[in-house]
Structure formats: structure tokens, C-alpha cells
Write a protein that binds this ligand. Structure first.
Ligand SMILES: C[S@@+](CC[C@H](N)C(=O)[O-])C[C@H]1O[C@@H](n2cnc3c(N)ncnc32)[C@H](O)[C@@H]1O
Length: 336
């Protein structure tokens, strides 16, 4: 029986819902396989060259009762490793997973906290403890957020063109890629990132150095409100970025944050807020639940209430722009 005939028979027999679940399920398995390739250390073990099963077992200290060979075959089946006379080696996909920080974070994040939310939801709905993803996975979150860089890039460059800043602030700068992008678009400018997570601040400093920006950029470590209140946040700034950060604060804390940021802006300076907005989009709904499950009052903002809060803080918000048609990612530029 050809594959087409088999699929046609399944569909006639009412198999479409099953096929959909199977397709999605297999995609989820592929992501879990990649993440386990990292967490078991097998991909790392093949970093510098090929090795046979016995060497992999010895190097990783496994006592696996025959599981390692089938596990390597799973990695092979999903295209992460290859097998040859020399033993097992990394495929191009496996090498990318090992070496590309954003791809790595995507596998770890989606196999980890993004789906862990639902594995642990029954217990949380029965009063179990809140999640601790922000505290435990800050580096993965910051690296995974870099995946938005190509989508955000145009809005960042447009803001630089409009505001023509010489001093730029990036609040909750994460891995630092947005600060690097605006500094690259505005060679006359100097930049300051503020980041509360020490390990994430290290990543930002590394990325800014890799892009040759150490002399034009610094990263301040600490909570932005505390740094602003203590006069340590510097300024005045012509352009402040608040990219994918606003939902870290409860609704009631956002106007005070916007006020504090307005206080760091020069006359005519601007704050660019970018965020995933609360919409009926399935990813937006999922992300909002993930935030609420942290038990710290975190939630996605709705667009118009966000603009009203910026106005309540004394800023003049322009209309919101959607970054990708149909997607919940928006930017709002608000002038002082
Ligand atoms: C989702 S990441 C986004 C990072 C970056 N802005 C981007 O768009 O890729 C949010 C970052 O904001 C930082 N952050 C959250 N609240 C903060 C605060 N009050 N002060 C400083 N940094 C904060 C977090 O530690 C985290 O690294």
C-alpha cells in the first residue's frame, strides 16, 4: 500500500484528528530529543570529533543497561548525529544545536518551562507552589528572547532614525542584542544596559564585546527602579528601550516604572516599549498563563490600557504598531 493510499484510508476512517495530534506530538518529541541530547551530555561529548558507543559511555560515566545505543539511534533518527565507520559524530543540525545559543535556548525552553507549565498545572491548580522560571531559567529566557531580534530590528532602527539619540538606555537589556542593534544603527551614540540578573548581565557584556561595542556600551547591574531612585541609572537619555520587560511587573507597578523612566529621559526624549500583548492568539494566551503561574502578579498587557498607563506617567504615546501582521508583538513609542 502506498503512503498516499494509507493516508487516504486513515482520513476516510475519521483519522484526521489523530493525524493532527500525531504530527504535533512528533514535533514535540523532536524538541524533547534535542533538549535531552544536551542534558545527557551526548552532543557535548561529540563536540571535538567522532566516538563509538563504548567511548561515549566511558566518557560520560553511564551505567545504562543497553540504553545508550538506542538513545544514539534516536538522536540519529532525528538528524542530530550521524553514524559512520569512525563511530558517532555530530550532524550539521546537532552542531547548530550545540553551538548556536539561541537555537539551544529554544530547545531547552520549549522542552523545559514552556511545556513544564502544563505537566505541573494540575498540581498548581490544586494549590501547589508557583513556578520559579524567572529565577531558575533567566539565561535561557534571555537567549530565547533573542529569537525576536530580526522582527524587532526594523522598529529599533526606525526609532533611532526618528529620535536621533546620542545616549541610549536599554532597561532589562537581557542578552544585550537590542542595545547592540541600536548602537550599530547610530554610531554616534553611547549605550547603557540595565539588567537585574547577574548571569544575564554577563551574557550582555559578552555579546556587546563580541560586536566590538565595549567602548560605547556599559551594563549596570541591579533593579531599574532602585538604580533610578538612587541616581545610579545615569542619564538623561534620548532614547530608552523597554523590550519584553513590562510584563515582569504587576499592572499596578507599571505607571511608577514609566514615571521613573520618564524622569531619566531628556526633553523630547522617547521611550520605546515592545511587548507581546494580551490577545486571543494561542501563543499570547499561553505566555500570559506562564507569567501568571509565576505567582508574582506578572501578566501580559493589553495594548490600549498600556498606552493609557504611559499617558498616566506623563508621556505622550503614539499609536501602537504591530510588528508582524496577525501576531501579538507590538511597539509603542512614547515621547516625554
Ligand atoms: C524577557 S527578557 C528580555 C530581554 C531583552 N530586553 C530582550 O528583548 O531580549 C527580560 C529581562 O528583563 C530583566 N528585568 C526584569 N525586571 C527588571 C528590573 N526591574 N530591572 C532590571 N532588569 C529587569 C530580566 O532579568 C530579563 O533578563
Amino acid at each position: 500500500m502506498s503512503r498516499l493510499v494509507a493516508v487516504a484510508k486513515l482520513l476516510r476512517g475519521g483519522g484526521l484528528p489523530w493525524l493532527r495530534v500525531a504530527r504535533d506530538g512528533l514535533a514535540a518529541v523532536r524538541v524533547a530529543v534535542g533538549a535531552a541530547g544536551l542534558s545527557t551530555g551526548v552532543l557535548e561529548c561529540l563536540r571535538d570529533g567522532s566516538a563509538d558507543t563504548a567511548s561515549v559511555r566511558a566518557r560520560l560515566g553511564f551505567d545504562d543497561d543497553g540504553l545508550l545505543e538506542p538513545w544514539l539511534r534516536v538522536l540519529q533518527g532525528h538528524g542530530f548525529v550521524r553514524s559512520s565507520a569512525g563511530g558517532w559524530s555530530l550532524s550539521r543540525r546537532g552542531r547548530r544545536l550545540l553551538h548556536d545559543e539561541v537555537v539551544r535556548a529554544a530547545y531547552e525552553g520549549f522542552a523545559g518551562y514552556h511545556t513544564g507549565l502544563y505537566r505541573e498545572l494540575p498540581s498548581q491548580l490544586h494549590g501547589g507552589p508557583a513556578r520559579r522560571d524567572i529565577a531558575e531559567h533567566g539565561e535561557t529566557i534571555a537567549q530565547l528572547t533573542r529569537a525576536m531580534e530580526p522582527v524587532l530590528h526594523e522598529a529599533l532602527v526606525a526609532a533611532v532614525r526618528e529620535v536621533r539619540p546620542t545616549r541610549i538606555l536599554d532597561v532589562g537589556c537581557g542578552a544585550g542584542q537590542n542595545l547592540a542593534a541600536v548602537l550599530a544603527a547610530r554610531p554616534a551614540a553611547e549605550g547603557t544596559g540595565i539588567e537585574v540578573d547577574e548571569a544575564v548581565a554577563d551574557i550582555a557584556e559578552r555579546l556587546l564585546a563580541q560586536r566590538g561595542l565595549t567602548g560605547r556600551a556599559r551594563v549596570l547591574r541591579g533593579d531599574v527602579l532602585a538604580l533610578a531612585a538612587g541616581g545610579e541609572a545615569g542619564g538623561p537619555y534620548d532614547l530608552a528601550l523597554l523590550a519584553n520587560v513590562v510584563y515582569y511587573l504587576p499592572l499596578a507597578a507599571r505607571v511608577p516604572l514609566f514615571r521613573a523612566l520618564a524622569g531619566l529621559l531628556s526633553g523630547g526624549g522617547a521611550l520605546l516599549v515592545t511587548t507581546t500583548a494580551a490577545t486571543p492568539d494561542p501563543f499570547s494566551r499561553h505566555f500570559d498563563l506562564l507569567l501568571r503561574a509565576q505567582g508574582q502578579g506578572m501578566e501580559l498587557p493589553e495594548v490600549e490600557p498600556l498606552r493609557r498607563q504611559l499617558a498616566d506617567a506623563g508621556l505622550r504615546p503614539e499609536p501602537a504598531r504591530r510588528l508582524v501582521p496577525g501576531q501579538p508583538l507590538v511597539t509603542v513609542l512614547a515621547r516625554r
